[in-house]
Design a protein around this ligand. Structure first.
Ligand code: ARG
Length: 568
């Protein structure tokens, strides 16, 4: 597509002694369209040129040789040079590019030849899949899709919490009371009950605790009975987690959890020993990380390994197996220290610096429930599957109110309900705590998933009402001279930048915001311009623009993991 920033930078470069690339990076897109479509701030030049920014702006402007077909007006406001581009040029450019690229629009292939690992979801076996894991699943899934779209090789890893001393306890509990619990029917709930009960008993009786430790030791040594039980707990838990993954349509390339690294930790310990930095402290083996951070515990007092050691073994394994450029870990901010520690210790593993530089924790905020708005079971644990199903049934209720005769209501309700939950997770900066409020997230007029779906459905119904879709070559682009078409075209033009920005910041909310902006722009276009029944040439042009907006909304939403209904 036409590189407007590049054209502007090239002209400015002829007037000052700074290279084009750097100048291009200064150019801004003003929020207020009254300040032009692109703005060049002269403040950064002021120091070097020893002149006031407005004077510099004027001097540059005088010397610019601008093609008026592309840039129709240049204006100075304060220290800024504001450029107004010819709207038809950008509209034509975007529509032609869409016609060529279609399902691939905005895919710049920047990721070609690069590999990104995304470690996400990662719930713990025999424990509830909680709402924090939902956020990880949704954020990680969106990042996965977007990197992939941009041409990266992506590896989605579900680093299951399927190892640790708790299994020694579960085995002991099961041994004692297994037959009393219906773990096949309701694995997580029942295993949780067993876990609570055995913990109580351990507190009362040292000997039981000792038994639990023995079980874990046996599990580590490959004891048949213990291993079979562990496998059973894992399989049953996975089957239950799968219900959530099915609803969200989440997929992973690898399910290698913590247990996968059991036989790979020894090497880590040996490497660390050789560095001389692995020291004894109060019976544990630790790596001291200086003043700034708590030490990283590699081996516990009782000799067993830790979550951190397993993560170190995973770094080593992933570097060797995937030759990654980036390895992202999507968890709540509660684990910030953990990742700081292991990334620091990873420097001692002797792997290429490229891998160390590629490690990145992607933390996100907590989910706060708006009280009384969510059905909780005893305690405060919300079963995720129930929560997603509640989203679907609430969506169904809204649809029944608005459009009782809709065909295939259940299917639509599923897309709307799940879409609402996903969008809610992705709508704000990930690090912010999120409020879980049904009324807000299911509001069809709010900044929500259902709103985007609603606008998408509108684009479909406009085209359906017209009964045809013109070809690009048949339309007269100059008929799209209204401000709203221009605003839409500018957004479409930004699509690939938005996607790249998501990957630079690992922030899917940039795309969510964008889809809201695009939906609102289409809504303004729709409200201010008659699409059907105008002069045929105008109608054709507006129909085509409608079609392109619908297509991009659909591509964007699917990158977030949200499906579009055809009607709602
Ligand atoms: N299972 C962990 C939890 O639920 C998350 C694992 C994240 N990934 C990792 N490689 N540590 O908190």
């Amino acid at each position: 597509m036409v590189n407007f920033k590049g054209i502007i930078a090239e002209q400015i470069a002829k007037t000052v002694n700074i290279n084009k690339e750097e100048l291009e990076s200064y150019i801004e897109i003003p929020k207020d369209t009254n300040m032009g479509d692109y703005a060049f701030p002269c403040f950064k030049l002021a120091k070097e040129l020893k002149k006031a920014p407005p004077i510099i702006a004027n001097e540059i402007k005088e010397k610019l040789e601008i093609d008026e077909k592309i840039i129709k007006k240049v204006e100075i406001v304060g220290g800024y040079i504001n450029f107004y581009i010819n709207s038809i040029i950008i509209i034509e450019d975007v529509l032609k590019n869409f016609e060529e690229r279609k399902e691939d629009f905005g895919n710049t292939q920047v990721g070609k030849g690069k590999t990104v690992i995304i470690d996400y979801s990662s719930p713990n076996i025999a424990k509830p899949f909680h709402i924090g894991h939902l956020r990880s699943t949704v954020i990680g899934g969106a990042l996965y899709n977007i990197y992939k779209y941009l041409g990266y090789k992506t590896v989605g890893i579900n680093h299951l919490g399927d190892y640790g001393t708790q299994f020694g306890k579960l085995i002991e509990g099961y041994k004692r009371w297994g037959s009393e619990y219906k773990i096949e029917e309701n694995p997580i709930d029942e295993l949780t009950k067993i876990y609570v009960r055995i913990n109580e008993l351990c507190k009362e009786d040292e000997n039981v605790l000792e038994e639990c430790r023995n079980n874990f030791k046996k599990l580590e040594d490959g004891d048949e009975y213990c291993k079979n039980l562990w496998t059973k707990f894992r399989e049953l838990s996975l089957k239950e987690f799968q219900k959530v993954y099915d609803l969200l349509e989440s997929k992973f390339d690898s399910w290698n959890g913590e247990a996968f690294y059991v036989d790979k930790m020894q090497e880590v310990v040996e490497i660390l020993e050789k560095t001389g930095k692995l020291v004894e402290s109060e019976g544990a083996r630790i790596i001291d990380l200086g003043e700034k951070m708590a030490p990283c515990i590699i081996g516990k007092t009782n000799g067993s390994t830790t979550y951190a050691t397993r993560d170190l073994a995973a770094i080593l394994y992933r570097a060797r197996t995937y030759n990654f450029d980036k390895a992202l870990y999507v968890t709540s901010y509660e684990q910030i220290l953990h990742f700081k520690q292991i990334f620091e210790v990873a420097k001692l593993l002797g792997i290429d610096e490229k891998y160390i530089n590629g490690l990145e924790h992607i933390p996100f905020g907590m989910v706060r429930l708006k009280e009384g708005k969510m059905s909780t079971r005893e305690g405060n644990i919300i079963k995720l599957e129930d929560l997603l199903n509640e989203a679907i049934s609430r969506a169904l209720k809204v649809i029944e109110d608005k459009n009782p005769d809709l065909e295939g209501k259940e299917e639509v309700a599923k897309k709307v309900g799940i879409g609402a939950v996903i969008f809610n997770d992705l709508s704000n900066n990930r690090i912010k705590d999120e409020v879980f409020d049904w009324d807000v997230m299911l509001n069809f007029q709010g900044e929500t998933g259902p709103y985007i779906q609603y606008i998408y459905v509108r684009t479909k119904s406009v085209i359906e009402k017209a009964g045809y879709l013109p070809q690009l070559k048949e339309i007269d682009i100059t008929k799209l001279e209204d401000n709203e078409s221009f605003a839409i075209a500018k957004l479409l033009y930004e699509f690939s930048n938005v996607l790249e920005d998501v990957t630079l910041k690992n922030e899917p909310s940039i795309l969510s915001r964008y889809l809201i902006d695009l939906s609102q722009s289409y809504s303004a276009f729709y409200n201010n311009n008659k699409i059907i029944g105008e002069d045929k040439a105008v109608q054709d042009a507006r129909l085509y623009l409608t079609y392109v907006v619908g297509s991009i909304l659909k591509i964007g939403a699917s990158l977030l993991g949200i499906q579009m209904p055809d009607r709602m």
